[in-house]
Ligand binder design. Structure first.
Ligand code: HEC
Ligand code: HEC
Length: 412
């Protein structure tokens, strides 16, 4: 395998060229508002998007300071986490980053997926989605000496085209298999009490405020696609553009080098002495805004029922009062009191921990893709969503109407 790694450079260069070309195509469709590149030529906009893709996938903003220096994750991942164990906690492998010899080795079993050394080899290939490792030769062997995380960790998955957990990247799709808490709990630097909190979160959830306010009630990892035209981000509408939240996550959660300040949260954090975040925000935002919500797969819903469900959505269900317009949200004009969330009341209230203390009406494009629903993931299916509204808001819908409404949601 060592020999094959020599051809790596060529493979990665080819992959980069292919993704840059794809980004160009995506970029051409843009030109909408808030792209972070207002007034840019089409070419410059495309370049910004391509740059943003690299940042989204591969940039750690220097967060190795948190994941390696503080949490010492490289020690565990580099010696004790096999690819099988990594896949089991929801980490994904980018099949396109694998040279042909590695693909063949996985297929014929000559590459050992039970060996932590294989994980190190995959990290060296930049093939583990959302993890960025530095691999150096120590005593004649490859060793993982630093580890950081990128945005893709939580907001990308793969299409499983090669094997479960291994396939082409799907950026913007929330990784609902990922168990971030279980991953963090592997750190040898945490005490038992803190580990217990992280282990309580479960798959597809993360609490982006636990390390700030000490409370623990995770939210589902949301999609990072379909946000073009929505000037209110996060479940609670904390920021008016993606860059606000990107800075929040990069600095306060990932541990990237830079600053975040918000007087509403009484929060001001600076990591390190150089700013590795600010200059990347425009490109990062442009890339995210280029990510369209995926259309519902053909045959995944009943079209006739969905047509009837639309009438329920706009009529007896009263959904359209809040889920209005092409993006199915009134987020650009208002936020809602906690009681308007079907996941409230909850303890602690997620809204109460946010900057706005309110909820944003969730946009529904691509909603078929990312079960479970509501910020706490309390509705397992779109049928559950429809019947929850029916009960909680005494809508008086018939079982048929509830089922039609769910089909309509599945079509978005
Ligand atoms: C450890 C997992 C994790 C990582 C890493 C992460 N996020 Fe998130 N992200 C979340 C969670 C959880 C939320 C939901 C928070 C909320 O809405 O209150 C979120 C929310 C968002 C949103 C808001 C989406 C919406 O509907 O408004 C965007 C945009 C986003 N993240 C982008 C990013 C970017 C860019 C990065 C890298 C700088 C990043 N995230 C890194 C977990 C993560
Ligand atoms: C009063 C405003 C309001 C009305 C009316 C309303 N919603 Fe919502 N909807 C929201 C808010 C706010 C959220 C976010 C709640 C949360 O995450 O806790 C939401 C979330 C959702 C979600 C979850 C999306 C996700 O990404 O998890 C779905 C699906 C949904 N609503 C469908 C409906 C349907 C169907 C109806 C009609 C029966 C409806 N809504 C009526 C405000 C409303």
């Amino acid at each position: 395998m060592r020999k094959e790694l020599g051809s790596l450079g060529a493979v990665i260069a080819a992959a980069a060229a292919a993704t840059a070309a794809a980004a160009l195509v995506v970029g051409c469709g843009g030109g909408g508002s808030g792209g972070g590149g207002g007034g840019l030529s089409q070419e410059d906009q495309a370049a910004l998007v391509a740059q943003g893709q690299q940042i989204f996938r591969f940039d750690t903003f220097g967060d190795e300071a948190q994941w390696s220096d503080k949490l010492r994750m490289h020690e565990v991942v580099g010696t004790a986490v096999s690819p099988e164990a990594a896949l089991a906690v929801g980490l994904k492998v980018d099949a396109q980053a694998l040279p042909a010899a590695v693909v063949q080795g996985i297929q014929d079993g000559s590459i050992d997926l039970k060996s932590p050394a294989t994980t190190v080899a995959l990290l060296k290939l930049d093939a583990v989605v959302g993890l960025k490792g530095t691999v150096e030769t120590v005593g004649g062997k490859d060793a993982l000496t630093r580890l950081g995380v990128t945005c893709a960790l939580c907001h990308s998955t793969v299409d499983n085209s090669f094997a479960p957990g291994i396939g082409k990247r799907l950026d913007g799709w929330p990784n609902r298999d990922l168990d971030p808490g279980a991953i963090i709990a592997l750190s040898p630097a945490l005490d038992a009490a803190r580990k217990a909190v992280y282990l309580s979160w479960g798959k597809g959830k993360y609490d982006p405020r636990f390390n700030i306010d000490g409370l623990s009630k995770p939210v589902v990892i949301p999609p990072a696609y379909g946000l073009e035209g929505i000037h209110s981000v996060t479940f609670t509408g904390d920021g008016t553009d993606i860059a606000y939240w990107n800075r929040y996550v990069a600095v306060t959660q990932m541990g990237g080098q830079g600053s975040f300040t918000d007087v509403r949260l009484n929060l001001s954090i600076t990591n390190g002495t150089v700013d590795l975040v600010t200059s990347k925000l425009p490109a990062l935002q442009a890339y995210q805004l280029s990510l369209k919500a995926p259309p519902a797969p053909a045959g995944s819903f009943d079209a006739a029922a969905a047509a009837r469900g639309r009438l329920v959505f706009e009529g007896a269900g009263k959904c359209v009062t809040c889920h209005s317009g092409a993006l199915f949200t009134d987020a650009n004009s208002m936020l809602h009191p906690p009681g308007d969330s079907m996941a409230e009341p909850e303890v602690p209230s997620y809204a109460a921990r946010s900057a706005t203390r309110m909820y944003r009406t969730s946009p529904l494009r691509g909603v078929w893709q990312h079960a479970p629903y509501f910020h706490d993931g309390s509705a397992a299916t779109l049928e559950d969503v429809a019947s929850t509204y029916n009960t909680r808001q005494s809508l008086g819908l018939s079982p048929q109407q509830i089922s039609d409404l769910a089909q309509y949601l599945k079509a978005q």
